[in-house]
Design a protein around this ligand. Sequence first.
Ligand code: FAD
Length: 398
Amino acid sequence: MSVIEYDVIVIGAGTAGLTATAWLAEQKLRVALVTAGEPTACLSTGCIDVCSRDDQPLAGIAGLPDGHPFHRVSPEMLGQSLDDFRQMMADMDMPYKGALEKNRRVLSAIGTFKNTCLVPATMEASPQSDDERIHLITFTGLKDFYPGYILSRFPNASFSSYDAGVSTTMGIAANFEDSAFLETFLLWLERQKIREDKIAFPAVLGLESAFSVLKQIESRLERPVFEIPTLPPSMPGRRLFNAMKDHLRRRGGVIYWNWPVVGVERSGRQIEAVTTEAQGRPNSLNARAFILSTGSFVGGGLYAKRDRIVEKVFDLPVFAPENRDDWFDQDYFSMNHGIGQAGIAVDDAFCPTDSPWNNIFVCGSILARTETLKNGCGHGFAIATGRAAARSCLERLK
Ligand SMILES: Cc1cc2nc3c(=O)[nH]c(=O)nc-3n(C[C@H](O)[C@H](O)[C@H](O)COP(=O)(O)OP(=O)(O)OC[C@H]3O[C@@H](n4cnc5c(N)ncnc54)[C@H](O)[C@@H]3O)c2cc1C
């Protein structure tokens, strides 16, 4: 078995873990990120939901129930982490727009509006009301996008359909990376004689270079263009993840990819190492502290057995409704399923309460009482708690 030593090991490459790792690397710690695979960001719209239950994210957070982990992040820390996020994404040529002061609306693939805080610049021109005049471009055979629903909700909208030669989101996005394809497409677009004020696309304008492709279309058609996030798997979510991952690598961050943590080594009240399974042999990653950011059920951090919910890496105590009957509401679409509260309860330093170990910090959607969907506390919450947990970890190590 090979043994590698770090100051900090971060477990899980979601927006929380990537934020925590990048920040610790900037503080010159020896830090590594170990992950089983891709995060839920790849399923998301790429928009940064901080707290979508109110038009003003900070007012929304203030109204969250006592005990919600967002109350452990100061507004200054939240503002700083979002400023750093915006700067990072601008450096990666994937700028974000929006402000913590006010949420904005983004048109969805089924014609409804989503309330969110920061949006990729490719969605900046998204309409804020359904009376705007938009022209929708659709692609032959593309699933996960429903122009009919959008057109039925927008009385001043029309559409054109283009055959890109492929019909998958990724396939069309890959085509837009090719300058010859883009030029042929632009010539077709000019022939459509579009009269509406804005042009809308499903989010397929490139794998990584959507912002530059969008700017080229805007300049040729001389009007605002915007992307509409498609259903998962979504290109803007993948772009977000890839940009955060590449930024970390550029900063010299180490990522152990496809290395699920399968065991831990303990001594007294300390975790000394995590064991991972990679290329057919175990590896031991030693560190002075560990940050757990393995996500909730979708990410793989939590697992529901018949009678209890378990945290899969350290077997930390999980906060959850005691009685299984209280895990679910009778109404399937209800936002009040008790299981949404399940997770790891932490103190002000983001250390798990009632844990036998004193060198573990926790962040992101695995935190108890988060209720990601109900409160609209998505990537914004993960980024802020990732930063907060990393800072507590650094202070402890000092
Ligand atoms: C379908 C869907 C759509 C969403 N859309 C949005 C949106 O548009 N905007 C928004 O702001 N939020 C959205 N969210 C919520 C948002 O994705 C999450 O709140 C946020 O990404 C959580 O990040 P995280 O870092 O806590 O965990 P995750 O993203 O869940 O990442 C967990 C990571 O841990 C790794 N992992 C798990 N177990 C192990 C192990 N044993 N060893 C090593 N690694 C492990 C996983 O591979 C993964 O990389 C959406 C969520 C879903 C499910």
